[in-house]
Design a protein around this ligand. Structure first.
Ligand code: ADP
Ligand code: MG
Length: 449
């Protein structure tokens, strides 16, 4: 993998983990130089932006790097005038085989039990997760965790992984998103050169672990092959007393297209739900996060932030980061109410955007005369794909939604698919006359609505 490609993949991760403001800052100011002695060298134009990036985003950048390529040890951020010292003729190449082997068992370091604030809304889940970590396969099997977006499901799964890796390093832990599980299976089935080998490798991987975690199972594909494979994976692991942990945004009975035999199995062990945290817990979470970012913010101010975001902890963290970035952009060491108001104003503006996803979808379906179901669905014919990609592009132009969210709107598509659609239309609306006209017409239409 080339360094530029590595950075591109990291940006995909960073887009999710940092606030929108932060992400724009990163894309504008920072670019990759080389990989030297196991270190990724990034460069910014000025000393000021170097300091900002170092102070605000270093840990997220490092985390993204470790997700994409865990063999690298560290990140160094330099300024442009030092660049020559750090560039190499031939950057250390990252071999694809290394990449595949290690990518799975990496857990995000800061997603630990220690960093997980426990309150009434999540104490049950936290206790069940802890019990499972201490005796995998022995207590609650499977453990099924469900709760709304941004309430800490992925955090908990990683915490279990980190705990087991530290305390029982011999156990093989495997974390996978449901989407990835499905994609790998489809690839294995499609491998026409060596169909049986590919399937064997897939089974070997998923049935040989001691702990299997599947995140966001609600995205399970309804194809028989996927459900069948999941069923057998489940049985094999379960019978061997290996721990299975599953997360979902809803309880088993509400997951569409789930075969009954899987639905019942998911309920064999323990089902634990995470609810939105109360104010007190939200403040405690903010205290923890601001300490992690070395920001000095008074409790009164944290309370104001906590009061303004009521359900989604990811959004609440985003707002906190925004407050901290604001303060640092204008060189305020002390964070006062003015800064918070400023950041909040942006946040609430985002919330009540006049143009909504629906406005955009309505305009696109009207313009191309297709129905909404087809637009957000799975059909792949050109008459639908093109309007769909245009619609995705327009959503990214008008709204500040995370790519994963947009993926959810379009039938659970991957954020990279969304990114691809956006980039493609952006490019084509410049060069291809026809697409350019569509985009312009639609923008006018949306603004008039
Ligand atoms: P989900 O997978 O449920 O959508 P995540 O696990 O990605 O949510 O959590 C979103 C963000 O909120 C993460 O940064 C996570 O660390 C944070 N978070 C959620 N719950 C807690 C908690 N109880 N304590 C500390 N941080 C939390
Ligand atoms: Mg998650």
């Amino acid at each position: 993998m080339e360094v530029r490609e590595l950075w591109q993949k990291m940006l995909d991760e960073l887009e999710i983990s940092v606030s929108a403001l932060g992400f724009d800052t990163l894309v504008e100011t920072t670019f990759p130089v080389s990989i030297l002695n196991g270190k990724l060298i990034l460069c910014t134009k000025t000393e000021v932006s170097r300091n900002l990036v170092q102070k605000r985003f270093y840990s997220q950048i490092k985390e993204a790097m470790q997700m994409v390529f865990p063999m690298l040890d560290d990140v160094e951020i330099i300024t442009e005038d030092q660049k020559d010292l750090y560039s190499t003729e031939d950057d250390e190449q990252i071999s694809p085989s290394q990449e595949i082997e290690i990518e799975e068992s990496v857990f995000i370091k800061k997603y630990t039990f220690d960093n997980f604030v426990v309150g009434k809304s999540n104490e049950f889940v936290a206790a069940a997760a802890k019990a499972v970590s201490e005796a995998p396969g022995k207590k609650f099997n499977p453990l099924f965790i469900y709760g709304g977006v941004g309430l800490g499901k992925t955090h908990i799964l990683h915490a279990i992984g980190n705990f087991i890796n530290t305390n029982q390093p011999k156990l093989k832990t495997l974390y996978v998103s449901c989407e990835k599980f499905t994609n790998e299976l489809i690839e294995a089935i499609r491998d026409t050169k060596n169909p049986s080998d590919a399937k064997k490798a897939f089974r070997q991987k998923y049935r040989s672990c001691d702990v299997l975690m599947i995140d966001d199972i609600q995205f399970i594909s309804k194809t028989d092959a996927t459900q069948e494979e999941l069923f057998h994976t489940f049985n094999d692991l379960y019978n061997a007393e290996k721990q299975i942990i599953i997360s979902s945004d809803r309880p088993p009975k509400e997951i569409q297209h789930l075969e009954d035999r899987l639905r019942t199995r998911f309920a064999w062990g323990m089902i634990a739900d995470i609810k939105p945290p109360d104010l007190e817990t939200r403040i405690a979470i903010l205290q923890k996060k601001s300490r992690q970012q070395n920001a000095n913010i008074s409790d009164e101010i944290l309370q104001v932030i906590a009061q303004n975001v009521q359900t989604n902890i990811r959004d609440m963290e985003g707002l906190l980061t925004r407050v901290i970035s604001y303060a640092s952009l204008i060189n305020h060491t002390e964070i006062d109410m003015n800064i918070v108001n400023e950041a909040l104003r942006d946040y609430t503006d985002d919330q009540k955007e006049m143009i909504s996803v629906d406005t955009i979808i309505d305009a696109v379906t009207e313009y191309f005369n297709i129905d909404r179901k087809a637009l957000v669905g799975k059909k792949k014919n050109k008459e639908i794909v093109e309007p769909r990609q245009i619609c995705i592009y327009l959503i990214t132009e008008f709204l500040t939604l995370p790519l994963v969210k947009i993926g959810e709107i379009f039938g659970g598509r991957d954020h990279t698919t969304i990114l691809h659609a956006r980039n493609k239309i952006e490019e084509q609306s410049k060069s291809d006359g026809r697409i350019g006209v569509y985009v312009k017409d639609l923008k006018d239409m949306i603004l008039k609505k």
